[in-house]
Design a protein around this ligand. Structure first.
Ligand SMILES: [Zn+2]
Length: 290
């Protein structure tokens, strides 16, 4: 069948406000859609992904899960008129280092029975927020919610009190308790509350499966249903949940997948520290989190 979609894989998107492509576990795949037509839906690993215009060109953006094995993966582009096309990308290996943290509150590492019940209920809420897909035109032009030293990068293999737990699923930005936190982009608050590991946490929907998450807050200033503008203050930095000091745990979800937030953030938006996107060599963190 002759297809005329003329797809191009991007290697180095340079324009500001476009997420950065990184074809690694925890990274982002961008697909240019030069002949995009209204109604086209794009899927990655059978999940629908966000589609948005940038500089007169349409793009699809897929989050690549941290547990993704190196290899080839397909995008599926389905047009409203029934025409469909698959195109593949190759995900490369990326090394993620270990991080060892000591948590004083032992229950935050080995929860008791009542805690476990609470954690299970919260896990349902988290899944619901992660799975949300709204038809709202997505916002991917993120800003730094807080600036400060990066105390822990994404993807580190975590050992709490020498017990292995899930890898770090976000970016930790150290800031004094009470520092105002900005919404990374326009969106709608989909959940907000106190969670066992994450402490006070907010989820914001930015459309088509793009969700941002802010954890360990001292104070939450928004509630579910609130529409927020980029830069609007949504809460204050704190040290609630499983932490060793005040910081913001900032995470980003795309197609139900947690991705490294640095690929969504402007390179020069945090003057206190240069971000190392290509290596994880600079993870020397002491403070941390979930
Ligand atoms: Zn964290």
């Amino acid at each position: 069948m002759a297809l005329t979609l003329g797809l191009l894989l991007l290697s180095t998107p340079s324009a500001r406000a476009l997420p950065e492509q990184a074809l690694v576990p925890g990274g982002i795949a961008l697909l240019q859609l030069p002949e995009y037509k209204q109604g086209t839906e794009v899927f990655f690993k059978n999940r629908r992904i966000a589609v948005f215009p940038h500089d007169n060109t349409w793009y699809a953006m897929a989050g690549i899960g941290l547990s993704t094995k190196p290899g080839d993966y397909e995008f599926s582009i389905r047009r409203a008129d029934g025409l469909s096309l698959n195109t593949k990308i190759t995900v490369k290996y990326k090394k993620y280092d270990e991080q060892h943290l000591t948590i004083k509150n032992k229950r935050k590492v080995n929860p008791n029975k009542a805690d476990s019940k609470r954690i299970a209920a919260e896990s349902k809420r988290k899944k619901k927020a992660k799975k949300l897909f709204t038809e709202t035109a997505p916002r991917v032009d993120f800003i730094w919610p807080v600036t400060g030293r990066i105390s822990s990068i994404f993807g580190l293999r975590r050992f709490f009190n020498e017990q292995e737990r899930r890898p770090h699923s976000g970016l930790d930005i150290a800031a004094p308790e009470g520092t105002p936190i900005k919404a990374a982009a326009d969106g709608t608050v989909i959940d907000a509350g106190d969670f066992f590991f994450s402490g006070n946490m907010i989820y914001i929907d930015h459309g088509q499966g793009i969700v941002s998450l802010y954890a360990h807050l001292n104070k939450i200033d928004v509630k579910p249903g609130d529409v927020v503008k980029q830069g609007e203050i949504i809460g204050k930095v704190g040290q609630t949940g499983r932490v060793t000091g005040p910081h913001l745990h900032f995470a980003v979800i795309a197609n139900q997948t947690l991705i490294d937030p640095v690929f969504m953030l402007p390179r020069n938006g945090n003057k206190d520290r240069e971000i190392h996107r290509d290596t994880n060599e600079n993870a020397q963190s002491k403070d941390d989190t979930q």
